[in-house]
Design a protein around this ligand. Structure first.
Ligand code: SAM
Length: 240
């Protein structure tokens, strides 16, 4: 797999060696087949494309979407604020499009990340994303997290579903002491209900992340931004 970057910063993930069409012209099959990182390809309309190796940030942005997937700023915050590292034991629900699964599996490898969803159609979208990007350290189960968690001794239980408070009693049993529960919700009333369900055993914080991009030629912020994605609660289990 390769990533092409045009002079507007648009990116194109290329798999295989067929000719490739963009709105800036055509790249031939021979150009694609012989391309390697560092090359500069020129289309039939004279536009140029840098060739680089893709990484996980490209995969999560290029993944196929079913249900609403998280954005890179929120994925990064969850991984960073819970101290994930190679070998961390993680259970996620729900899988959805598998975007958070892919991002976290890349960090915890070679450990296997477990993920649950109740919808076979969404699980299928996620499975296709895992296969497309060659991510093999994910065990995806069709399972309702509100009915229990199979895994034990977890470093992180991470939730992105409508009623996260229903998973809290199971997460409390499945986490290591010192492990984290994270939850992402579009509405603050969901976050409030989650936090109220945590009890005395958890330390916790709830926040949202706003990424404000700047127009560096004008040296001012862009006039438009993504105003709201979701509220994140990070809770740490101190005692059961
Ligand atoms: N975080 C995912 C991503 O970045 O691609 C998106 C998750 S999507 C918003 C929410 C998912 O939770 C849906 O696929 C839904 O089927 C699943 N879900 C809802 N209730 C569930 C439950 N009780 N157990 C497991 N999954 C559940």
């Amino acid at each position: 797999m390769m990533l092409l970057v045009d002079d507007h910063g648009n990116t194109y993930l290329i798999k295989g060696d067929a000719e490739f069409h963009t709105k800036y012209g055509l790249l031939t099959a021979a150009q694609i087949k012989n391309a390697k990182p560092g090359d500069l390809l020129t289309s039939n309309t004279g536009r140029t494309f840098h060739v680089i190796e893709p990484n996980i940030t490209d995969y999560v942005q290029k993944a196929s979407r079913g249900p609403q997937a998280m954005t890179l700023k929120d994925l990064s915050i969850i991984a960073g604020f819970t101290g994930l590292h190679s070998g961390s034991r993680v259970l996620e629900a729900g899988t959805g499009s598998g975007v958070l699964s892919i991002f976290l599996a890349n960090i915890v490898a070679p450990a296997v990340l477990s993920t649950y969803d109740i919808r076979e159609d969404f699980a299928e979208i996620a499975r296709k994303n895992f296969a497309k990007f060659g991510i093999t350290n994910i065990e995806a189960k069709l399972k309702d997290i509100y009915s229990g968690i199979d895994e034990t001794d977890l470093d992180l239980v991470t939730l992105d579903l409508a009623e996260p408070w229903l998973a809290v009693p199971h997460a409390t049993k499945a986490l290591k002491i010192g492990g984290y529960l994270s939850s992402y919700s579009p509405s603050i009333s969901q976050s409030k209900k989650l936090v109220d369900s945590l009890g005395e055993g958890y330390w916790h914080e709830t926040f949202e992340t706003l990424k404000r991009d700047w127009k560096m030629d004008a040296v001012r912020p862009h006039t438009q931004m993504l105003g709201h994605t979701g509220f994140i609660t990070i809770a740490r289990l101190l005692s059961r």
